[in-house]
Design a protein around this ligand. Structure first.
Ligand code: IMP
Ligand code: MG
Length: 174
């Protein structure tokens, strides 16, 4: 099936919002350092842009998760494909996500990371689709709340395509 992408949020709008998030995080963590945990692959573009705009000391780590079996939609259990390199204990951690949709992946992931005893654990997402929420997840920093549409760009993919778009677009099927 052919598809095309229509712009939803321009590169300028996204960049401006990431600057605001960076300013807020720099303020909230004044006098501390932050440890950013990126959920691959979608969160990577957002994390790099955000990290550049945070003025307190930043360290980075990456993890990759995938759905467990075919029935993850209902179980919300995720498998760690690539775990973090560093322990989290004592660190002020912010998990960086591209989008919170049902909330299933993140609620599982946050619980698991919390067991590693960070000094604090927060969640920052570029996009949030609140209408789609099934599991309650506390989001500390949100870029944009968007309607229930399938979006790509800025790290988000459709079938591994369009991650490199410098804006957020909606996939329309022709
Ligand atoms: P959930 O919150 O557990 O339902 O899953 C969130 C994950 O689903 C995100 O990290 C994305 O990888 C993917 N996802 C959800 N909505 C979209 C979308 O609109 N475009 C691309 N990926 C999406
Ligand atoms: Mg993701």
């Amino acid at each position: 099936m052919a598809e095309h992408v229509e712009m939803m949020l321009s590169e300028e709008e996204v960049d401006k919002k990431i600057q605001e998030l960076g300013d807020q995080i720099s303020k909230d963590y004044a006098g501390k350092s932050v440890h950013l945990v990126c959920v691959l692959k979608g969160g990577s573009f957002f994390m790099c842009e955000l990290a550049k705009r945070i003025t307190v000391p930043v360290s980075l780590d990456f993890m990759s998760v995938s759905s467990y079996g075919g029935d993850t939609k209902s179980s919300g259990v995720v498998k760690i494909v690539k775990d973090l390199d560093e322990p989290l204990n004592g660190k002020d951690v912010i998990v960086i996500e591209d989008i919170v949709d049902s909330g299933r992946t993140l609620s599982y992931l946050l619980e698991m990371l919390n067991d590693r005893k960070p000094a604090s654990l927060r969640l920052c997402t570029l996009l949030d689709k609140p209408e789609r929420r099934v599991v309650d997840v506390k989001v500390d920093y949100t870029g944009f709340e968007i309607p229930d549409e399938f979006v790509v760009g800025y790290g988000l993919d459709y079938d591994q395509k369009y991650r490199n778009l410098p804006y957020i677009g909606v996939v329309k099927f022709d």
